[in-house]
Design a protein. Structure first.
Length: 225
């Protein structure tokens, strides 16, 4: 349980990264958006925490972060990570997901991403998924598997990546600059962020169950063709 809490705690990550915290945040955002096994990494909460500690707030064990570097590096990492996911999905195809469930991989994660891809349409799904943990990791390869046009994917991927990253970084920076003792509220804030970001997923699942439906059909939608 302690291990899970640590993995979800951005403050733990920033402490572990030490002097490499700024670069570490950029690397984690790349992994969380570009590698299937990165879905368990903090995304939203890490960006907010990074913004807080880039505002000059000092906490023992956490090195000050560079806001200019984060504002440039993290959106690039988010965009490049998603591009990698799309490339792998397009190149490898559905067999990328044809593996048995394990502790790290669950087919239901893929099915949720496909559901939103079908529900919102390719462009909107790529942008909206940025604000949904787990879904944003699997959405990119799913877009590749379902043959979303590479140029359209890049456009909406870039838009969603910039809006998502910059909004959360600047929110953290603002809170760090204005709220005294903000570091005391980081861990509770993490759980609030996680709960809020999971609300759309839970709502859709409940709506689907109430309607007696199932997740979106697999592999029937060909985007951007």
């Amino acid at each position: 349980m302690d291990v899970i809490l640590n993995l979800l705690d951005p403050q733990w990550w920033l402490t572990m990264l030490g002097a490499f915290a700024t670069v570490g945040v950029i690397a984690i955002i790349f992994a969380e958006t570009g590698l299937l096994v990165g879905f368990f990494l903090p995304g939203d909460s890490l960006l907010v925490a990074a913004g807080i500690f880039a505002s000059g707030k000092v906490l023992e064990g956490v090195e000050p972060l560079s806001l200019p570097t984060l504002l440039v590096g993290t959106p690039l990492a988010a965009i490049l990570g998603a591009q990698l996911g799309h490339f792998l999905g397009a190149r490898v195809g559905r067999k990328l997901f044809d593996k048995p469930d394990s502790r790290l991989f669950k087919k239901e994660h893929v099915e949720k991403a496909e559901y939103y891809f079908e529900k919102f349409g390719p462009a909107k799904a790529v942008v909206v998924a940025r604000f949904m943990p787990i879904v944003r990791t699997f959405m990119n390869p799913v877009a590749g598997v379902l043959q979303m046009d590479a140029r359209k994917f890049f456009l909406w991927n870039a838009l969603g990546g910039v809006v998502w990253v910059e909004a959360l970084l600047l929110l953290g920076y603002f809170l760090g600059s204005k709220v005294e003792g903000i570091d005391k509220y980081i861990l509770p804030g993490v759980f609030v962020i996680i709960v809020l970001s999971l609300v759309p997923i839970v709502r859709e699942v409940l709506k689907n169950r109430k309607a007696g439906g199932a997740p979106a059909p697999r592999g029937k939608h060909h985007a951007g063709r």
